[in-house]
Every structure is written in structure tokens, then in C-alpha cells.
Design a protein around this ligand. Structure first.
Ligand code: AMP
Ligand code: MG
Length: 334
């Protein structure tokens, strides 16, 4: 049903561009997760994005551009911090919330006077946007509430019936969404923790306020699996994981670090294990998170156990995600 485009082939690039110009939805890879692309100037196409995702109309979309200079076209005015941030972090996983230019339809911004803008650090994404010649909206290409998509497979699993196609870019390298920074606020506000850490931001622009609860999506469900997810932290993790497993409904899923898995011994056949990599490598765990949630969900897991990473660097955003989807094990039994 949906076409897979390989935009190294000129015909495929042209076909993807034509599908977008005709008001179709084309998912595309970025360095964070796959985006669901549509022409930002086409209100009908933008409405189709909300319908396809099942996304509430008040949860705004962000604009994806191909060159830093396009930020001027998207913003009514630019706060002084903008140039510093663009110079340091673009192209890259930082979305800037700026005053919206008049041409940006209200459906895109969910009726707000601001709009999020991002320049992806992904050659395929930029070539597509450049060839279209208009900023694309690009929310994560998943059904609302599901884990974000990090592969073509994920996009098709959620949206095959709703889209013209998806541009193949393999597995997305970061696997966590962009950091969302509102630079119309003083101090600037981090509305979503993502692949750029608050430490990195503060090194460039000074203190920021971390206020994810102030985001339009702050109260919506995120990254859901059918199974309840529990989270280990502290010492003796392998032993405590084994205790959890004894009482856990089957099939059970483990989404754990190398170090913990190494201490488990033989794994029963009705327990699915997804290795998140080392506790010392939050970037690996971030890269594997959404794939793991989708796989354990597809395997029918009735309960899932994950664990805590140190909240440093990318570990901050990783843990923000794990905080959203899991309950600390200590408070309750599975
Ligand atoms: P996604 O569309 O899945 O990539 O997520 C984009 C996130 O950015 C959502 O959480 C939106 O609520 C948020 N967002 C987009 N535009 C704005 C805006 N103008 N102000 C505040 N948050 C925004
Ligand atoms: Mg999303």
C-alpha cells in the first residue's frame, strides 16, 4: 500500500516530492526518529497528519527545514539567543520554539502564536525538504501514544494505511526525540528533554528552566505498551530481577542492561530479553529503547521490567522517558 522510497534514486526522490505536493503524507528519517512529513502550507494535508496519528488538534506540529536561513522565514522575529543556539546545535536534535510567522497555518501550531522549528542532521531529510522547497511538518511517525518510530518497519506498523510512503533511511542513529526549547520565555524553557542535554544548552546560553509539564503534550500518554513496565534501580539488580520474574505474569519481558543480564543465569523460554547495552552507554540504551518496547509489546508480554541509568548526559533524557513509561519496582509488586 505505502511506497518505500530510496531517494538516492532520482525517480524516487521525484515521486516522494510529488506525493507531498499533492497533499500526501510521506514519512522520512531523521537523526532522532522518523517524522511524518506533509507540506506545512497545505492545511488539508496538515489535518490529515493529525487524523493519521490520532493526535489531539491542540498538540502542535514542528516545522522541519533544510537550511539555517529558513528559520527567518518561519519566525515572526528571532529572540537574541537564536543565533547562538543555531550556530552551536544546528543541524541537530534541538527544536526551537519561536514566534510564528504569519504564513504558518494555525492548524500547524495548534492555535498558538509560537511554532517549533528544527533543522535535522540527516542528509536524506534535508535533501527531501530542499527538493520540496517548503518546510515540512514532521511529528514522530507513530500513532499518538505509541513508542516513537526508529525504523521503516515501525512507521509501517502504525501508519501504512494512512501514508503515501516512507523514505528509507535505515535505523535512526539517536533514537530519542529532539530537545524542545522555548526561547520566547525568559529564562528559556526546556519543554521536552531530548538528545541535546540541559548541560549542553546551559554551556551555551546560561541557565534554562526545565518545564516538561508546561508542554502542550505534557499530560498526554506517551510510549505506551499493553504491559505495565517496572523499573529497577539501586544495588543487586540481577538478584532482584530474578525475584521479580518469579512472580511476574507470562510471557514477561526484560529490557535490561548488559551488566544485569549477565547475572541472571539461564532465561526461561517464556521470558523475552531485550538487551539495552551497558549502563555506561546511555546513547546505546536510547538507541534501543523504542525498538525494545515495540518488540516486547508485539511478543505479547504481560509485564516488563527495565532499570535505571545514571541521569547524566543523554542519560537525563533516557531516564525522563523511562520515568514516563515505568513504575519504580520498590513501591509495589508486579
Ligand atoms: P512530535 O510532534 O511527536 O515530534 O513532538 C513535538 C513536540 O513538540 C510535542 O510534544 C508538541 O507538544 C511540542 N510542540 C510543538 N510545537 C510547540 C509549540 N509551539 N510550543 C510548545 N510545544 C510545542
Ligand atoms: Mg511524538
Amino acid at each position: 500500500l505505502a511506497t518505500i522510497y530510496h531517494i538516492d534514486k532520482p525517480d524516487d526522490l521525484q515521486a516522494a516530492v510529488e506525493a507531498l505536493r499533492a497533499g500526501g503524507l510521506v514519512a522520512f528519517p531523521t537523526e532522532t526518529v522518523y517524522g511524518l512529513g506533509a507540506l506545512s502550507t497545505d492545511e488539508e494535508a496538515v489535518r490529515a497528519v493529525f487524523r493519521a496519528k490520532g493526535r489531539p488538534a491542540a498538540n502542535p506540529l514542528i516545522l522541519h527545514i533544510a537550511d539555517p536561513a529558513d528559520l527567518d522565514r518561519c519566525a515572526a522575529s528571532l529572540p537574541p539567543l537564536a543565533q547562538k543556539l543555531v550556530g552551536r546545535f544546528w543541524p541537530g536534535p534541538l527544536t526551537l520554539v519561536v514566534p510564528k510567522a504569519d504564513w504558518v497555518p494555525d492548524v500547524v501550531s495548534g492555535g498558538r502564536a509560537t511554532v517549533g522549528v528544527r533543522l535535522p542532521d540527516d542528509d536524506i531529510a534535508r535533501r527531501l525538504i530542499r527538493a520540496v522547497g517548503t518546510p515540512l511538518v514532521g511529528p514522530s511517525a507513530n500513532k499518538s501514544g505509541r513508542p516513537s518510530p526508529t525504523s521503516v518497519r515501525h512507521v509501517l506498523d502504525d501508519l501504512e494505511a494512512d501514508i503515501a510512503g516512507v523514505v528509507d533511511g535505515g535505523t535512526t542513529p539517536l533514537g530519542l526525540e529532539s530537545t524542545l526549547l522555548d526561547i520566547t520565555a525568559t529564562p528559556p524553557r526546556v519543554l521536552r528533554l531530548g538528545a541535546v542535554s540541559t548541560d549542553q544548552l546551559e554551556a551555551v546560553i546560561g541557565p534554562v528552566e526545565v518545564a516538561p509539564q508546561a508542554a502542550p503534550a505534557g499530560k498526554l500518554a506517551h510510549y505506551q505498551t499493553r504491559a505495565k513496565v517496572w523499573r529497577l534501580s539501586g544495588q543487586d539488580r540481577a538478584a532482584r530481577a530474578l525475584t521479580w520474574l518469579q512472580a511476574a505474569p507470562r510471557p514477561a519481558g526484560l529490557m535490561l542492561a548488559d551488566e544485569t543480564i549477565a547475572g541472571l543465569g539461564p532465561i526461561p523460554a517464556d521470558v523475552f530479553v531485550w538487551n539495552m547495552g551497558s549502563l555506561g552507554r546511555p546513547e546505546m540504551a536510547a538507541h534501543r529503547l523504542f525498538e525494545g518496547l515495540r518488540r516486547l509489546d508485539a511478543a505479547g508480554c504481560a509485564a516488563i521490567l527495565t532499570e535505571s541509568w545514571p541521569r547524566q548526559g543523554l542519560g537525563q533524557a533516557l531516564m525522563n522517558h523511562l520515568d514516563l513509561i515505568s513504575q519504580p519496582l520498590e513501591e509495589d509488586a508486579p
